[in-house]
Design a protein around this ligand. Structure first.
Ligand SMILES: Cc1ncc(COP(=O)(O)O)c(C=O)c1O
Length: 387
Protein backbone atom coordinates (compact mmCIF):
# COMPACT_ATOMS: atom_id res chain seq x y z
CA UNK A 1 0.00 0.00 0.00
CA UNK A 2 1.41 3.37 -1.01
CA UNK A 3 1.49 6.20 1.46
CA UNK A 4 -1.79 8.04 1.36
CA UNK A 5 -0.48 11.32 -0.08
CA UNK A 6 0.70 9.40 -3.11
CA UNK A 7 -2.83 8.24 -3.78
CA UNK A 8 -4.45 11.51 -2.96
CA UNK A 9 -5.21 12.38 -6.57
CA UNK A 10 -8.77 13.39 -7.24
CA UNK A 11 -10.70 12.67 -10.39
CA UNK A 12 -10.89 16.42 -10.98
CA UNK A 13 -7.12 16.70 -10.85
CA UNK A 14 -6.78 13.80 -13.29
CA UNK A 15 -9.33 15.36 -15.60
CA UNK A 16 -7.36 18.59 -15.67
CA UNK A 17 -4.32 16.77 -17.07
CA UNK A 18 -3.36 17.59 -20.66
CA UNK A 19 -1.88 14.27 -21.76
CA UNK A 20 -3.44 11.78 -24.16
CA UNK A 21 -4.98 9.57 -21.49
CA UNK A 22 -7.15 12.26 -19.96
CA UNK A 23 -7.72 14.64 -22.88
CA UNK A 24 -9.01 12.26 -25.52
CA UNK A 25 -12.54 11.81 -24.25
CA UNK A 26 -15.12 14.13 -22.74
CA UNK A 27 -15.03 15.44 -19.19
CA UNK A 28 -17.45 12.79 -18.01
CA UNK A 29 -15.23 9.89 -19.16
CA UNK A 30 -12.61 8.17 -17.03
CA UNK A 31 -9.50 7.44 -19.11
CA UNK A 32 -8.41 3.82 -18.60
CA UNK A 33 -6.73 3.11 -21.89
CA UNK A 34 -3.25 4.24 -23.03
CA UNK A 35 -0.43 2.85 -20.84
CA UNK A 36 0.30 5.85 -18.63
CA UNK A 37 -0.16 5.64 -14.88
CA UNK A 38 -2.08 8.18 -12.82
CA UNK A 39 0.62 8.38 -10.15
CA UNK A 40 3.14 11.21 -9.80
CA UNK A 41 6.70 10.28 -10.77
CA UNK A 42 9.42 9.11 -8.39
CA UNK A 43 10.93 11.93 -6.26
CA UNK A 44 14.36 11.20 -7.79
CA UNK A 45 12.96 11.81 -11.27
CA UNK A 46 11.17 14.97 -10.23
CA UNK A 47 14.39 16.22 -8.68
CA UNK A 48 16.41 15.49 -11.83
CA UNK A 49 13.89 17.43 -13.92
CA UNK A 50 13.75 20.28 -11.39
CA UNK A 51 17.54 20.61 -11.43
CA UNK A 52 17.62 20.93 -15.21
CA UNK A 53 14.94 23.56 -15.03
CA UNK A 54 16.52 25.46 -12.12
CA UNK A 55 19.90 25.47 -13.85
CA UNK A 56 18.38 26.47 -17.17
CA UNK A 57 20.20 23.56 -18.78
CA UNK A 58 18.38 23.30 -22.05
CA UNK A 59 21.36 23.07 -24.39
CA UNK A 60 22.95 19.97 -25.90
CA UNK A 61 23.65 17.35 -23.23
CA UNK A 62 27.26 16.60 -22.20
CA UNK A 63 29.01 14.06 -24.40
CA UNK A 64 29.07 11.46 -21.64
CA UNK A 65 25.40 11.93 -20.62
CA UNK A 66 24.29 9.04 -22.81
CA UNK A 67 26.95 6.73 -21.41
CA UNK A 68 25.79 7.50 -17.87
CA UNK A 69 22.28 6.30 -18.80
CA UNK A 70 23.62 3.17 -20.46
CA UNK A 71 25.71 2.37 -17.39
CA UNK A 72 22.69 2.96 -15.16
CA UNK A 73 20.76 0.47 -17.32
CA UNK A 74 23.50 -2.15 -17.04
CA UNK A 75 23.56 -1.73 -13.25
CA UNK A 76 19.79 -1.85 -13.04
CA UNK A 77 19.33 -5.04 -15.05
CA UNK A 78 22.15 -6.70 -13.09
CA UNK A 79 20.51 -5.85 -9.77
CA UNK A 80 16.90 -6.32 -10.80
CA UNK A 81 17.05 -9.09 -13.36
CA UNK A 82 20.41 -10.80 -12.76
CA UNK A 83 21.36 -9.95 -16.32
CA UNK A 84 24.98 -8.98 -16.82
CA UNK A 85 25.59 -6.80 -19.84
CA UNK A 86 28.23 -4.40 -21.09
CA UNK A 87 26.94 -0.83 -21.55
CA UNK A 88 29.08 -0.67 -24.69
CA UNK A 89 26.63 -3.13 -26.27
CA UNK A 90 23.73 -0.70 -25.91
CA UNK A 91 22.42 2.26 -27.85
CA UNK A 92 20.13 5.05 -26.66
CA UNK A 93 17.17 6.03 -28.77
CA UNK A 94 14.11 8.21 -28.57
CA UNK A 95 11.70 5.31 -28.22
CA UNK A 96 11.30 1.57 -28.40
CA UNK A 97 9.23 1.54 -31.57
CA UNK A 98 11.89 3.39 -33.56
CA UNK A 99 14.30 0.60 -32.75
CA UNK A 100 11.76 -2.06 -33.67
CA UNK A 101 11.13 -0.50 -37.08
CA UNK A 102 14.85 -0.08 -37.67
CA UNK A 103 15.57 -3.70 -36.76
CA UNK A 104 12.84 -4.89 -39.11
CA UNK A 105 14.28 -2.77 -41.92
CA UNK A 106 17.78 -3.97 -41.22
CA UNK A 107 17.24 -7.68 -40.65
CA UNK A 108 14.48 -8.53 -43.12
CA UNK A 109 13.28 -7.71 -46.62
CA UNK A 110 9.81 -6.67 -47.81
CA UNK A 111 7.64 -9.79 -47.98
CA UNK A 112 9.59 -11.63 -45.28
CA UNK A 113 7.65 -13.14 -42.40
CA UNK A 114 7.76 -11.74 -38.88
CA UNK A 115 6.31 -13.82 -36.05
CA UNK A 116 3.98 -11.94 -33.74
CA UNK A 117 2.17 -13.49 -30.80
CA UNK A 118 -1.34 -12.06 -30.95
CA UNK A 119 -3.25 -10.41 -29.42
CA UNK A 120 -0.47 -7.85 -29.29
CA UNK A 121 0.29 -4.21 -28.48
CA UNK A 122 -1.04 -2.72 -31.76
CA UNK A 123 2.17 -0.97 -32.95
CA UNK A 124 3.73 -4.43 -33.43
CA UNK A 125 1.13 -5.05 -36.13
CA UNK A 126 1.77 -1.57 -37.48
CA UNK A 127 5.51 -2.25 -37.62
CA UNK A 128 4.91 -5.35 -39.74
CA UNK A 129 2.49 -3.67 -42.16
CA UNK A 130 4.29 -0.31 -42.41
CA UNK A 131 7.42 -2.13 -43.55
CA UNK A 132 5.53 -4.38 -45.96
CA UNK A 133 6.46 -7.55 -44.12
CA UNK A 134 4.30 -10.64 -43.80
CA UNK A 135 2.49 -11.18 -40.52
CA UNK A 136 3.30 -14.69 -39.30
CA UNK A 137 0.68 -14.74 -36.61
CA UNK A 138 0.94 -17.03 -33.64
CA UNK A 139 -2.15 -16.54 -31.48
CA UNK A 140 -1.71 -17.15 -27.76
CA UNK A 141 -4.23 -19.72 -26.63
CA UNK A 142 -6.51 -19.26 -23.68
CA UNK A 143 -6.09 -22.02 -21.14
CA UNK A 144 -7.76 -22.45 -17.75
CA UNK A 145 -5.06 -20.49 -15.96
CA UNK A 146 -4.20 -17.92 -18.58
CA UNK A 147 -2.68 -17.51 -22.00
CA UNK A 148 -0.11 -19.95 -23.38
CA UNK A 149 1.94 -20.45 -26.52
CA UNK A 150 0.76 -22.99 -29.09
CA UNK A 151 4.20 -24.21 -30.14
CA UNK A 152 2.87 -26.60 -32.81
CA UNK A 153 0.97 -23.77 -34.48
CA UNK A 154 4.01 -21.51 -34.15
CA UNK A 155 6.26 -24.05 -35.83
CA UNK A 156 3.69 -24.56 -38.57
CA UNK A 157 3.56 -20.85 -39.41
CA UNK A 158 7.31 -20.68 -40.10
CA UNK A 159 8.61 -21.08 -43.63
CA UNK A 160 11.73 -20.05 -45.52
CA UNK A 161 10.69 -16.42 -45.59
CA UNK A 162 10.22 -16.18 -41.85
CA UNK A 163 13.09 -14.02 -40.60
CA UNK A 164 12.26 -12.60 -37.20
CA UNK A 165 10.37 -13.08 -33.99
CA UNK A 166 8.94 -9.90 -32.48
CA UNK A 167 8.66 -10.98 -28.88
CA UNK A 168 6.81 -8.97 -26.26
CA UNK A 169 7.96 -10.11 -22.82
CA UNK A 170 6.20 -9.36 -20.54
CA UNK A 171 3.34 -9.57 -22.97
CA UNK A 172 0.98 -6.68 -23.61
CA UNK A 173 -2.05 -7.09 -23.44
CA UNK A 174 -2.32 -10.55 -21.80
CA UNK A 175 0.07 -9.70 -18.97
CA UNK A 176 2.00 -12.95 -19.40
CA UNK A 177 5.53 -13.00 -18.01
CA UNK A 178 6.77 -15.95 -20.04
CA UNK A 179 8.41 -18.78 -18.10
CA UNK A 180 11.97 -19.90 -18.61
CA UNK A 181 10.64 -23.09 -20.17
CA UNK A 182 8.53 -21.20 -22.70
CA UNK A 183 11.36 -18.79 -23.53
CA UNK A 184 13.79 -21.65 -24.00
CA UNK A 185 11.41 -23.30 -26.43
CA UNK A 186 11.13 -20.03 -28.34
CA UNK A 187 14.92 -19.74 -28.31
CA UNK A 188 15.27 -23.26 -29.73
CA UNK A 189 12.89 -22.34 -32.55
CA UNK A 190 14.82 -19.13 -33.24
CA UNK A 191 18.06 -21.07 -33.44
CA UNK A 192 16.61 -23.83 -35.59
CA UNK A 193 15.14 -21.39 -38.10
CA UNK A 194 17.90 -18.79 -37.94
CA UNK A 195 15.56 -16.05 -36.71
CA UNK A 196 16.57 -12.67 -35.36
CA UNK A 197 14.63 -11.89 -32.19
CA UNK A 198 13.52 -8.40 -31.24
CA UNK A 199 12.56 -8.72 -27.60
CA UNK A 200 10.49 -5.80 -26.36
CA UNK A 201 11.02 -5.83 -22.60
CA UNK A 202 9.63 -2.40 -21.81
CA UNK A 203 7.42 -3.94 -19.07
CA UNK A 204 10.35 -5.81 -17.50
CA UNK A 205 10.05 -4.07 -14.14
CA UNK A 206 6.33 -4.64 -13.80
CA UNK A 207 6.34 -8.36 -13.05
CA UNK A 208 4.41 -9.25 -9.87
CA UNK A 209 6.12 -10.89 -6.91
CA UNK A 210 5.23 -14.51 -7.64
CA UNK A 211 7.41 -14.47 -10.78
CA UNK A 212 10.61 -12.94 -12.11
CA UNK A 213 11.32 -11.26 -15.41
CA UNK A 214 13.63 -13.34 -17.58
CA UNK A 215 15.47 -11.29 -20.21
CA UNK A 216 15.39 -13.33 -23.41
CA UNK A 217 19.05 -12.59 -24.15
CA UNK A 218 20.02 -13.92 -20.71
CA UNK A 219 19.14 -17.47 -21.78
CA UNK A 220 22.64 -17.98 -23.16
CA UNK A 221 25.28 -16.59 -25.52
CA UNK A 222 23.94 -18.39 -28.57
CA UNK A 223 20.50 -16.86 -28.25
CA UNK A 224 21.88 -13.49 -27.13
CA UNK A 225 23.86 -13.36 -30.37
CA UNK A 226 20.61 -13.13 -32.33
CA UNK A 227 18.63 -10.96 -29.92
CA UNK A 228 18.07 -7.22 -29.83
CA UNK A 229 16.49 -6.31 -26.51
CA UNK A 230 14.49 -3.11 -26.33
CA UNK A 231 13.57 -1.42 -23.10
CA UNK A 232 13.04 1.90 -21.34
CA UNK A 233 12.16 3.37 -17.98
CA UNK A 234 9.12 4.98 -19.52
CA UNK A 235 6.41 2.43 -18.60
CA UNK A 236 7.52 1.42 -15.12
CA UNK A 237 8.41 4.99 -14.11
CA UNK A 238 5.61 6.75 -15.94
CA UNK A 239 7.70 9.07 -18.11
CA UNK A 240 6.60 8.07 -21.62
CA UNK A 241 6.41 11.70 -22.75
CA UNK A 242 10.11 12.24 -22.01
CA UNK A 243 11.22 9.93 -24.84
CA UNK A 244 14.25 7.85 -24.00
CA UNK A 245 14.74 4.15 -24.75
CA UNK A 246 17.59 1.69 -24.96
CA UNK A 247 18.54 -1.17 -27.27
CA UNK A 248 20.90 -3.95 -26.26
CA UNK A 249 22.68 -6.01 -28.91
CA UNK A 250 23.69 -9.53 -27.96
CA UNK A 251 26.64 -9.59 -30.34
CA UNK A 252 28.96 -7.04 -31.97
CA UNK A 253 27.78 -8.27 -35.39
CA UNK A 254 24.17 -7.46 -34.56
CA UNK A 255 25.14 -4.03 -33.38
CA UNK A 256 27.31 -3.36 -36.41
CA UNK A 257 24.58 -4.52 -38.77
CA UNK A 258 21.94 -2.45 -36.98
CA UNK A 259 24.17 0.62 -37.05
CA UNK A 260 24.35 0.32 -40.82
CA UNK A 261 21.00 2.05 -40.86
CA UNK A 262 21.35 5.79 -40.98
CA UNK A 263 21.39 6.39 -37.21
CA UNK A 264 20.84 10.09 -37.87
CA UNK A 265 17.23 9.18 -38.56
CA UNK A 266 16.76 8.45 -34.89
CA UNK A 267 17.54 11.88 -33.55
CA UNK A 268 18.67 11.69 -29.93
CA UNK A 269 16.85 11.47 -26.61
CA UNK A 270 16.34 14.81 -24.91
CA UNK A 271 18.33 16.07 -21.95
CA UNK A 272 15.18 15.62 -19.82
CA UNK A 273 14.56 12.07 -21.02
CA UNK A 274 18.13 11.03 -20.29
CA UNK A 275 18.24 12.66 -16.86
CA UNK A 276 14.90 11.17 -15.83
CA UNK A 277 15.81 7.70 -17.10
CA UNK A 278 19.14 7.76 -15.31
CA UNK A 279 17.48 8.91 -12.08
CA UNK A 280 14.90 6.13 -12.42
CA UNK A 281 17.47 3.37 -12.77
CA UNK A 282 19.87 4.80 -10.20
CA UNK A 283 17.47 5.92 -7.50
CA UNK A 284 13.93 4.84 -8.37
CA UNK A 285 13.85 1.42 -6.79
CA UNK A 286 11.98 2.37 -3.62
CA UNK A 287 9.30 4.25 -5.52
CA UNK A 288 8.91 1.38 -7.97
CA UNK A 289 8.41 -1.10 -5.14
CA UNK A 290 5.61 1.04 -3.73
CA UNK A 291 3.99 1.40 -7.12
CA UNK A 292 4.23 -2.31 -7.80
CA UNK A 293 2.57 -3.06 -4.46
CA UNK A 294 -0.25 -0.72 -5.36
CA UNK A 295 -0.61 -2.22 -8.83
CA UNK A 296 -0.63 -5.68 -7.29
CA UNK A 297 -3.45 -4.62 -5.00
CA UNK A 298 -5.27 -3.11 -7.98
CA UNK A 299 -5.01 -6.23 -10.14
CA UNK A 300 -6.46 -8.26 -7.28
CA UNK A 301 -9.20 -5.69 -6.87
CA UNK A 302 -10.06 -6.09 -10.57
CA UNK A 303 -10.20 -9.85 -10.23
CA UNK A 304 -12.29 -9.88 -7.07
CA UNK A 305 -14.67 -7.28 -8.45
CA UNK A 306 -15.12 -8.96 -11.81
CA UNK A 307 -15.70 -12.41 -10.41
CA UNK A 308 -18.26 -11.05 -7.93
CA UNK A 309 -20.02 -8.52 -10.14
CA UNK A 310 -19.21 -9.18 -13.78
CA UNK A 311 -18.57 -12.92 -14.01
CA UNK A 312 -19.52 -12.80 -17.70
CA UNK A 313 -16.21 -11.01 -18.41
CA UNK A 314 -13.38 -13.50 -18.95
CA UNK A 315 -10.26 -12.35 -17.14
CA UNK A 316 -6.93 -13.81 -16.04
CA UNK A 317 -5.01 -11.83 -13.49
CA UNK A 318 -1.91 -10.49 -15.27
CA UNK A 319 1.49 -11.76 -14.13
CA UNK A 320 2.96 -8.43 -15.22
CA UNK A 321 1.89 -4.97 -16.48
CA UNK A 322 -0.96 -2.81 -15.25
CA UNK A 323 -3.22 -3.90 -18.05
CA UNK A 324 -6.26 -6.14 -17.79
CA UNK A 325 -7.32 -8.02 -20.91
CA UNK A 326 -11.07 -8.44 -20.78
CA UNK A 327 -12.99 -11.00 -22.81
CA UNK A 328 -16.46 -9.48 -23.12
CA UNK A 329 -17.86 -12.07 -25.56
CA UNK A 330 -20.41 -13.41 -23.09
CA UNK A 331 -21.99 -9.99 -22.53
CA UNK A 332 -23.40 -10.26 -26.07
CA UNK A 333 -23.14 -6.61 -27.07
CA UNK A 334 -24.31 -5.19 -30.40
CA UNK A 335 -21.27 -2.95 -30.55
CA UNK A 336 -17.64 -3.35 -29.50
CA UNK A 337 -17.01 -3.47 -25.75
CA UNK A 338 -14.92 -0.31 -26.09
CA UNK A 339 -17.86 1.55 -27.68
CA UNK A 340 -20.30 0.11 -25.18
CA UNK A 341 -18.29 1.03 -22.08
CA UNK A 342 -17.48 4.45 -23.50
CA UNK A 343 -21.08 5.38 -24.16
CA UNK A 344 -22.81 3.49 -21.36
CA UNK A 345 -20.24 3.58 -18.53
CA UNK A 346 -18.22 6.64 -19.55
CA UNK A 347 -15.05 4.61 -19.21
CA UNK A 348 -12.42 4.84 -21.97
CA UNK A 349 -10.83 1.43 -22.72
CA UNK A 350 -8.74 0.21 -25.66
CA UNK A 351 -10.69 -1.72 -28.32
CA UNK A 352 -9.75 -5.40 -28.56
CA UNK A 353 -9.88 -5.26 -32.37
CA UNK A 354 -6.67 -3.18 -32.35
CA UNK A 355 -4.77 -6.13 -30.85
CA UNK A 356 -5.79 -8.83 -33.36
CA UNK A 357 -8.56 -9.54 -35.82
CA UNK A 358 -9.88 -12.28 -33.51
CA UNK A 359 -10.37 -10.13 -30.43
CA UNK A 360 -13.03 -7.62 -31.38
CA UNK A 361 -15.10 -8.71 -28.38
CA UNK A 362 -12.25 -7.85 -26.01
CA UNK A 363 -11.15 -4.62 -24.40
CA UNK A 364 -8.04 -3.57 -22.50
CA UNK A 365 -8.32 -1.82 -19.17
CA UNK A 366 -5.46 0.17 -17.63
CA UNK A 367 -5.73 -0.20 -13.84
CA UNK A 368 -2.75 2.01 -12.90
CA UNK A 369 -4.81 4.47 -10.96
CA UNK A 370 -5.94 5.10 -7.40
CA UNK A 371 -8.22 2.60 -5.67
CA UNK A 372 -10.97 5.24 -5.60
CA UNK A 373 -10.82 5.83 -9.35
CA UNK A 374 -10.51 2.10 -10.02
CA UNK A 375 -13.61 1.41 -7.94
CA UNK A 376 -15.47 4.07 -9.88
CA UNK A 377 -14.37 2.51 -13.18
CA UNK A 378 -15.44 -0.98 -12.13
CA UNK A 379 -18.74 0.15 -10.61
CA UNK A 380 -19.59 2.12 -13.75
CA UNK A 381 -18.83 -0.90 -15.92
CA UNK A 382 -20.92 -3.26 -13.80
CA UNK A 383 -23.82 -0.81 -13.71
CA UNK A 384 -23.73 -0.41 -17.49
CA UNK A 385 -23.85 -4.18 -18.06
CA UNK A 386 -26.64 -4.80 -15.53
CA UNK A 387 -28.80 -1.87 -16.58
C1 LIG B 1 5.03 -3.48 -25.31
C2 LIG B 1 5.24 -2.03 -25.58
N1 LIG B 1 6.24 -1.64 -26.38
C3 LIG B 1 6.47 -0.34 -26.66
C4 LIG B 1 5.66 0.64 -26.12
C5 LIG B 1 5.91 2.07 -26.47
O1 LIG B 1 7.22 2.41 -26.28
P1 LIG B 1 7.82 3.75 -26.90
O2 LIG B 1 6.90 4.86 -26.50
O3 LIG B 1 9.17 3.84 -26.29
O4 LIG B 1 7.88 3.53 -28.37
C6 LIG B 1 4.61 0.29 -25.28
C7 LIG B 1 3.73 1.33 -24.71
O5 LIG B 1 2.77 1.10 -24.05
C8 LIG B 1 4.39 -1.07 -24.99
O6 LIG B 1 3.40 -1.48 -24.18
Amino acid sequence: MMDASFLDISLDRLRSKHGMKWSRYGDDVIGAWVADMDFPVAPAIQQAIDEIQADNEFGYPALDAGMAVREAFADWVKREHRWRIDPDDTLLLGDVLQAMHAAIMRFSEPGDGLIVQTPIYPPFLGAVSANNRRLDESPLIRETNGYGIDFDQLRAVIDKRTKMLLLCNPHNPTGRAFSRKELKKLAAIALEHDLIVVSDEIHMDLVYPELRHIPFASLGPEIAARTITLSAATKSFNIAGLRCAIAHFGSPELRREFSGINLRLFGTPSIMGMAATRAAWQSGKEWLSLVRDQLDENRQRVEIFLSANLPEIGFHMPEATYLAWLDCTAIELNESPQEFFLSQAKVGLNPGSDFSSATEKFARLNFATTPTVLNEILNRMAYAVKR
